[in-house]
Design a protein around this ligand. Structure first.
Ligand code: 13P
Length: 252
């Protein structure tokens, strides 16, 4: 039985006040679900991670922290970058690699996504590696081929580096569903999640691999998505900016 993973990706949104509101909401609402049932992760902009981490610790909050991105490099003359080891020093437990916005707006390559993932593993930060097809690929009936092409470099590195069994997650985020209000149906997502598991299973064991869905997830559609056997959680953008909605999502 895989433990559910609910992760909120704030992207370039939020401020210190929102961080405090999240701590307050989780303290006040007392989520029915506990850490034994679900990992609840917030990924604020990196500048908030240190203070957020202190607050989470002092309030014993259910929340855990994730980073939205990480450097492909380990250290050196890379202005503006943040290394995986710096994240682990702040008790950041998770790191996103390869979000579609980074792949497209910042032209991140599959190799860079792999390097980020490996740096996260090396620093004991659990990677959440994102894949997702554009609408053109889905309409052309080529969604699985596209996803497979994104997965092969990741799975190859996992096998080659002996990372079998290490905790990680794959986030399936179809680009046409991200920020559009048009979520994949539970059946569409289930079918792709099962496919993702089957591709990775050619390289490593996938019994413990969490495959989570992202793309216009809200408290209204989360229950049906989460009921699917291969949907192990969600990566949430817009709805993760509202503390009440995020508490509701943690409780699904
Ligand atoms: P939305 O939930 O706003 O569609 O964003 C999904 C996403 O990109 C999470 O990383």
């Amino acid at each position: 039985m895989r433990k559910r993973l609910i992760a909120g990706n704030w992207k370039l949104n939020g401020d210190w006040s929102l961080c405090q509101q999240f701590i307050a909401a989780f303290a006040a609402e007392k989520p029915a679900k506990q850490q034994a049932d679900v990992d609840v992760i917030v990924c604020p902009p990196a500048v908030y991670l240190a203070r957020f981490a202190e607050l989470i610790q002092s309030e014993s909050s259910l929340l855990q922290l994730g980073a939205q991105d990480v450097s492909t490099e380990k250290q050196g003359a890379y202005t503006g970058e943040i290394a995986a080891t710096m994240l682990s020093e702040l008790a950041v437990g998770y790191g996103i690699a390869g979000h579609s916005e980074r792949r497209h707006r910042f032209a991140e390559t599959d190799q860079q996504v792999v390097n980020k993932m490996l740096n996260l593993f090396a620093a004991n930060v659990t990677p959440i590696v994102c894949v997702g097809e554009p609408i053109e690929q889905r309409e052309a009936g080529k969604a699985e081929d596209f996803i497979e092409s994104q997965l092969i470099p990741v799975a190859t590195a996992l096998a080659e580096q002996g990372l079998n069994g290490r905790p990680m997650a794959i986030a399936y985020e179809p680009i046409w569903a991200v920020g559009t209000g048009k979520s994949a149906t539970p059946e569409q997502a289930q079918s792709m999640h099962a496919y993702i598991r089957s591709v990775i299973a050619r390289f490593i064991d996938t019994d413990e691999l969490r495959v989570i869905y992202g793309g216009s997830v809200t408290p209204d559609n989360a229950t049906a998505l989460m009921a699917m056997p291969d949907i192990d959680g969600a990566l949430i953008g817009g709805a993760s900016l509202d503390p009440k909605q995020f508490v509701a999502l943690a409780n699904v």
